[in-house]
Design a protein around this ligand. Structure first.
Ligand code: BYC
Length: 312
């Protein structure tokens, strides 16, 4: 038996036994590439996702709301850091991931290419966007790759708190003045469909799902997760007294799930391909932040080199 055969057999055995694959283990090239693609995309989403929320830090309605929002945006930066570290264990450097993002060769979640026009949008990001993220990420805590699965446990705990704070903003607005209720409804009208798009294309159009599920990277399909999210969120909207902007939404007693309308897939693919309302601005801002931070990276590297020389 060659080393490769032994590695393959061990990889298959780990998957079959529901044990984790770890960085030194042999893994198929495709498995490594899929994980780098997905984890880097996930990390980039956390970091780019700071922009639409940061837009409201200076305009949060109270000091307490400002402090909460600042803490949430910092949490997203932390999630990005755990995820970049997880991706680095697969043999790609952080600089390379940044280069690929800045050159448009790496994706990030479509949702962050929409603008945050009112304070209610901050509520909608927490309630709907973090809600969709948790739905997707709870299954990723069972991902077969150890560093990603472990990172997701911590991230999910923080995302649950984020979801609550978003729902609480929506509850406050929807119990407020008619103008505040209208602001909450307008936020839901604009964020509902993009939130459903976060789960990706239909299973029949998903290029990676089948293989990713065989490798136990993904455990639940895009459509099943989207359905879970709809079933969870509709009663929450009812509680808030807000209307979900979908005339086809209704409870289907036979299926035991809500039926819902069709996503505008032309809009989804336009946003994924870089032509959403905010794509260019998001990447320009990200690049500028990377360039502005060059001196910090240089200083940190120089300091680390001096420490190494001093020890040697
Ligand atoms: N947006 O074969 P498919 C957060 C791409 S942030 C853009 O189904 P896969 C937060 C897909 O990449 C958390 N692209 O792919 C932060 C693929 O293209 P490539 C965000 C999308 O990978 C701040 C192609 O379409 N969560 O929580 O099996 C504030 C075909 O798709 C999207 C994650 O990133 C999309 N929505 O499944 C608040 C979760 N959907 O790569 C909150 C981790 C699909 O072949 N990612 N594409 O060029 C995943 O779970 C999976 O990658 C996806 C897609 C479910 C997104």
């Amino acid at each position: 038996m060659t080393d490769r055969h032994r590695g393959e057999a061990r990889f298959e055995a780990l998957l079959a036994a529901e044990e984790k694959v770890e960085p030194p283990d042999w893994m198929p090239d495709g498995y490594r590439k899929t994980l780098i693609r997905q984890i880097a995309q996930h990390a980039h989403s956390e970091v780019i996702g700071m922009q639409p929320e940061a837009n409201w830090i200076s305009r949060a309605p109270t000091l307490k709301r400002k402090a909460i929002l600042m803490a949430k945006v910092q949490d997203e930066a932390g999630h990005g850091l755990y995820l970049y570290s997880a991706a680095e264990t697969l043999g790609i450097t952080r600089d390379e991931m940044m280069r690929l993002l800045h050159e448009g060769k790496h994706k990030y979640s479509s949702i962050f290419n929409y603008p945050t026009l009112s304070w209610a949008d901050i509520g909608c990001i927490g309630w709907l966007v973090d809600g969709a993220a948790i739905t997707n990420q709870v299954m990723l805590t069972r991902c077969s790759y150890g560093p990603y699965a472990r990172g997701m446990v911590r991230i999910c705990k923080e995302e649950s708190f984020h979801q609550r704070q978003g729902f609480e903003i929506m509850a406050t607005l929807s119990r407020g003045t008619p103008a505040q209720r209208q602001m909450a409804q307008d936020g839901l009208d604009r964020w509902w469909w993009p939130s459903l798009m976060m789960f990706g294309p239909h299973d029949s159009a998903s290029t990676h799902s089948r293989q990713s599920m065989e490798w136990k990277i993904k455990r639940v399909s895009n459509d099943d997760l989207r359905q879970q999210f709809v079933d969870m969120t509709v009663p929450q909207a009812e509680y808030l007294g807000l209307a979900i902007p979908d005339p086809d939404l209704r409870w289907n007693a036979e299926r035991g799930h809500y039926d819902f309308g069709e996503i505008d897939w032309d809009e989804f693919w336009a946003v994924v391909k870089g032509n959403g309302p905010m794509n260019r601005e998001r990447i320009a801002h990200k690049r500028a932040a990377w360039e502005d931070g060059a001196w910090v990276r240089e200083a940190a590297a120089a300091y680390a080199a001096r420490r190494r020389d001093a020890v040697a």
